[in-house]
Design a protein around this ligand. Structure first.
Ligand SMILES: [Zn+2]
Length: 153
């Protein structure tokens, strides 16, 4: 039986079914202590896999690059989500206001302000809701990333 136990990295590689040398495989098969560590790592990794990150990879740079793309997507989505309700509101308000401007001219100005205020409140509510859920998602992904980072060291 081997006296020297496997390194944490070798055990992690084994736990993720990475390519292993014959020495590693035969040690784990004969060593209860390392076998237990493999079980613990697999449990830990499966927990991480269940988190929102789509794929777990031990190459940290790939993980970071993946996260950056997620950030880009989130930013693009953010700008779009932020302004879309306002654009829609402006367009929806502008068309009737333009075509019925003669009719509307007779209506008290206060009414238009009320309609505008209501539309703005609705639009702001949508924006706040969308940005909140986006930032929650982003924070969750970032905490997963730091967890992965901690595992590397
Ligand atoms: Zn061992």
């Amino acid at each position: 039986m081997n006296i020297t136990h496997l390194t944490e990295l070798e055990i992690q590689d084994y736990a993720t079914d990475a390519k292993n040398s014959e020495g590693v495989v035969s040690h784990i098969e004969s060593c209860e202590s390392c076998k237990n560590k493999v079980v613990q790592y697999r449990l830990l990794f499966s927990e991480i896999k269940n988190s929102p990150v789509p794929a777990f990879n031990f190459n940290l740079s790939e993980v970071v690059l993946g996260q950056l793309q997620v950030v880009e997507q989130a930013r693009t989505g953010w700008v779009f989500a932020k302004y879309l309700p306002l654009f829609v509101t402006v367009i929806l308000l502008a068309f009737p206001l333009y075509f019925y401007r003669d009719v509307l001219a007779g209506i008290v100005k206060q009414t238009q302000v009320d309609v505008l205020c209501t539309a703005i409140v609705v639009a702001l509510t949508v924006v706040v809701y969308q940005s909140t859920s986006l930032s929650k998602k982003f924070k969750r992904q970032m905490s997963t990333l730091s967890m992965i980072d901690n595992l590397q060291h």
